[in-house]
Design a protein around this ligand. Structure first.
Ligand SMILES: [Zn+2]
Length: 74
């Protein structure tokens, strides 16, 4: 993929996104595959990823906070 602005190559990175929900809640998405321009830092998310996120949000009637995913590597 190339940057639509400066035509430089884009690299895929996993980035955290904050999504604002309709009811005012904020949802933090970790590791969203995102294309980042090496030259101008323009970011672009593929439509497939957007669709997946929207699909996930539609099925979020029962949201549970999971805090038991700790990494205690002592
Ligand atoms: Zn660019």
């Amino acid at each position: 993929m190339k940057c639509p602005y400066c035509k430089a190559p884009m690299v895929e990175e996993a980035i955290a996104f904050i999504v604002q929900l309709e009811d005012g809640q904020e949802l933090r998405l970790e590791d969203v595959p995102t294309w980042v321009c090496e030259s101008c830092d323009h970011t672009e998310v593929e439509q497939d990823v957007i669709d997946a996120v929207e699909d996930m949000l539609e099925h979020m009637d029962t949201v549970t906070e999971e805090n038991d995913d700790q990494d205690d590597s002592a």
